[in-house]
Ligand binder design. Structure first.
Ligand code: PLP
Length: 401
């Protein structure tokens, strides 16, 4: 096994759930059942000649854990199998994955076109950081296909989007936008965090690069940060690998091991999350003290049909407005007993955040209003608790309002 090896299991006929348990596994000479954690920064060589060959890529093997590590490689191979991608590279966090996926392929003079409804840090990179290095960007309403077409420039190299978006769950037509990107000679990069690799497969709709914060559903238990970039072998070899190797946002072997073991259960967890998500969304949608509920699995979602073409279930994130505004939203949140206040998501524990004062507080009130993030808007990541307990918790906290 080495950083330059082909994926050993890529040509198996195993189905996805089998790959999630066995894919990418390489056993040491001890024949361990559970994948080994290789907590090593470096590797030794039998001879100087062997080291020379390894550095020249003339023989397989690891050279340094900033470049690759056996446990990290198992995680990369397993998630590439899940996603149906030729290869993957893991990173220290989701933001490291987004940053690397963009910077590795862009240079001064290029242009990036992105959907404006996205996670605050992604927006910072595209709107503020890239322009500092001579890469211009345009943010548009990603739901409007004409807006994508009209904003294309001769130097547009990358389209970037998130669907469903954080936090207002806007849906973007992946197949249509991929077509516009390819007509323009650009690559489509999709941040698939909210949908998860279980419920939405962007490569099947034409995406060129898919990124994840593995911190979310892939870990699923709120333990460690991680990220991953998936694409074809050409993109990884020509752009990404060297960028990561030289700049060093490497995933620690310990975190890679946690994430690798989490992949064994991600399919089961995400489907259960989505079943609970639907129950909670139905409750909120019908509740008189909730002014608006946004959830892709609800018929009332303005893009429900498109969502259900792209996603096999509605997911576990629900955005909603408590009638009244910020004071009522805070009173409701503070009264909850099971659902915890936290800006993280994709955890077994149900987590609630107020985007206007946390994840999206950097945006001006005007931009937040444009994105549909009001003072009473809350984002709930529905966990794996018994759904009846979640329903009771929400109803009890809403009752005094
Ligand atoms: C849609 C989206 N993309 C990227 C990230 C960044 O991931 P991380 O926190 O692992 O850096 C997050 C969450 O933080 C997110 O919600």
């Amino acid at each position: 096994m080495s950083q330059s090896d082909d994926l050993p299991n890529a040509r198996t006929t195993w189905r996805p759930r089998t790959n999630l348990v066995h894919g990418g596994t390489v056993r040491s000479s001890f024949g361990e059942t559970s994948e080994a954690m290789f907590l090593t920064s470096g590797y030794t060589y039998e001879t100087m000649e062997a080291a020379e060959r390894r550095f020249r890529n003339e023989e397989p093997g690891f050279v340094y854990s900033r470049f690759s590590n056996p446990t990290v490689r198992m995680f990369e191979e397993r998630i590439a199998l899940l996603e149906g991608a030729e290869d993957a590279r893991a990173t220290a966090s989701g933001m490291a994955a987004v940053t690397a996926a963009l910077f590795c392929q862009l240079q001064a003079g290029d242009h990036v076109l992105a959907a404006k409804a996205m996670f605050g840090s992604c927006r910072y990179i595209i709107e503020e950081l890239l322009p500092r290095f001579g890469v211009s960007s345009t943010l548009i309403d990603g739901r409007d296909l004409d807006a994508w077409k009209k904003a294309v420039q001769p130097n547009t190299k990358v389209f970037f989007l998130e669907t469903p978006s954080n936090p207002t769950l806007e849906i973007i037509d992946l197949r249509a936008v991929a077509g516009i990107a390819h007509d323009a000679g650009a690559r489509l990069v999709v941040d698939n965090v909210f949908a998860t690799p279980i419920l939405q497969r962007p490569f099947e709709f034409g995406a060129d690069v898919v990124v994840y914060s593995a911190t979310k559903h892939i870990d699923g238990q709120g333990r460690c940060l991680g990220g991953v970039v998936l694409s074809d072998a050409a993109f990884i070899n020509d752009y990404l690998s060297n960028f990561l190797r030289q700049t060093g946002p490497s995933l620690s072997p310990f975190n890679a091991w946690v994430l690798l073991k989490s992949l064994e259960t991600v399919d089961l967890r995400v489907r259960e999350h989505a079943r609970n998500g639907q129950i909670v969304a139905d409750l909120l949608d019908a509740h008189p003290k909730i002014a608006r509920t946004l959830y892709p699995g609800l018929k009332s979602h303005p893009q429900h049909e498109l969502a259900m073409k792209q996603m096999s279930m509605g997911g576990n994130i629900v955005a909603f407005d408590v009638a009244g505004g910020k004071d009522e939203a805070f009173r409701f949140a503070n009264a909850l007993k099971i659902i915890r206040i936290s800006n993280n998501l994709g955890d077994a524990k149900s987590l609630l955040t107020h985007p206007a004062t946390t994840t999206h507080q950097r945006l001006t009130p005007e931009v937040r209003a444009e994105l549909g993030i009001g003072d009473g808007t809350l984002r709930l990541s529905v966990g794996l608790e018994d759904p009846q307990d979640l329903v009771n918790d929400i109803e009890t906290a809403l009752a005094p309002l």
